[in-house]
Write a protein that binds this ligand. Structure first.
Ligand code: AMP
Ligand code: MG
Length: 360
């Protein structure tokens, strides 16, 4: 996962006056609103915890009867995220992912743990559906981009060619019965930066729920997962970011419960060379960072889906991206802001409105 500098992505967490009716009518989410039927203490207070995890400030907002209860639950949730990082990080040389990549010769199946398996299978699925627009085997190329960012220069062609020879989702074989991964190219390196923070947010929320905290929000920078809304409110109010240009449309507000929202783009992590702005998201066809200057937001029933789709749609671009979403995920909604010269194009799926319009 990328060690993003502290990401000041806007997030307004004030409780909302949104009615939940849209969920009942929404075609965008399969699960009906879950009105908490469990007994709740009369007074819940709001507690907030933040810790740097996975290279971002990992934030938890929880409503609990006491600080001790909230603290214990948040501690366990953060511990779960640390556990995920120990399995999935491409930065940590001792992570399970790094060890598997380093120690597994091509053609030899390597058994992997449940979290690594889950990420591998969800990533492979996303690669297949997107015809490789989403590709976790881009590790060697992404590493080159990190080097470029440090040096302020594009990767030399011979290094780029060498890195690209180690890339390709089709060269990864997964055996679901044995839960093994086989690399069919030498020195392959995986990078779950486009999917793992969404999964971590889901897992953190699951831990909070196991501790009896259901009214909670987990934010891993641009990947946010929410549970039941704050007491007395029908939804969480989450601000969707906009492009950083003077003619960008105003930020919009999403009203969420038991759902996730992810934003991808070149707003906070990018590289500028000779006046060209490159994203940290790489086009697998070229091995070069995207230059389309877009911001993609996806709302989905879970964070793993929202995170992976936001990255995928960034690569596919607005037209292909929205067509892909129609084909592959009727449960997700998207907003794409795309700079076209001086003009900002704003495209969205029809079901986005269900999340943006608080009912009276
Ligand atoms: P996100 O901010 O969720 O869009 O993820 C961006 C991160 O995903 C990058 O920093 C890389 O670690 C990784 N990545 C870059 N390009 C791709 C791609 N085409 N497919 C999958 N992951 C990517
Ligand atoms: Mg993503």
């Amino acid at each position: 996962m990328p060690p993003t500098p502290a990401t000041p992505r806007a997030l307004t967490l004030a409780a909302a006056l949104a009615a939940a009716a849209w969920f009942a009518t929404s075609t965008g989410c399969s699960s009906p609103p879950r009105t908490p039927s469990r007994p709740e203490p009369a007074h819940l207070s709001r507690f907030e915890f933040s810790r740097p995890q996975m290279g971002v400030p990992f934030r938890i907002v929880a409503y609990a009867a006491s600080e001790a209860e909230a603290q214990a639950a948040a501690e366990a949730a953060h511990a779960r995220v640390a556990e995920l990082n120990a399995a999935l990080s491409d930065y940590d040389p001792d992570s399970e992912l790094s060890r598997v990549c380093r120690n597994t010769p091509p053609g030899q199946p390597a058994p992997v743990g449940p979290d690594l398996w889950f990420m591998l299978s969800r990533s492979a699925d996303c690669s297949k559906r997107s015809h490789g627009a989403f590709d976790v085997t881009l590790g060697p190329v992404v590493n080159l981009w990190r080097r470029s960012r440090r040096r302020g220069e594009l990767p030399p062609p011979h290094l780029l060619a060498e890195a690209r020879a180690r890339v390709g989702w089709q060269h990864l074989e997964l055996n679901p019965r044995r839960r093994t991964v086989t690399f069919h190219r030498p020195d392959m390196r995986l990078d779950f930066g486009g999917i793992a923070k969404g999964y971590a947010a889901d897992e953190a929320l699951a831990v909070l729920r196991r501790h009896g905290i259901h009214r909670a929000l987990v934010a891993a920078a641009g990947d946010v997962t929410v549970g039941d809304p704050p007491p007395g409110q029908p939804a969480w109010r989450v601000e969707i970011g906009t492009l950083d240009t003077t003619n960008a449309p105003p930020a919009r507000i999403a009203w969420l419960r038991n759902a996730s929202v992810s934003t991808s783009g070149d707003l906070y992590q990018r590289l500028e060379i000779n006046g060209v702005r490159y994203s940290h998201i790489v086009d697998p066809h070229t091995g070069i960072g995207l230059t389309n200057h877009a911001l993609v937001t996806v709302i989905a029933p879970d964070g793993t889906t929202a995170d992976s789709l936001a990255t995928t749609l960034s690569v596919l671009g607005p037209d292909q991206g929205l067509a892909f979403l129609r084909r592959s995920s009727r449960h997700a909604a998207a907003l794409i802001l795309q700079a076209r010269g001086d003009h900002i194009e704003s495209l969205e799926t029809p079901n986005l409105q269900h999340w943006l319009t608080p009912s009276p």
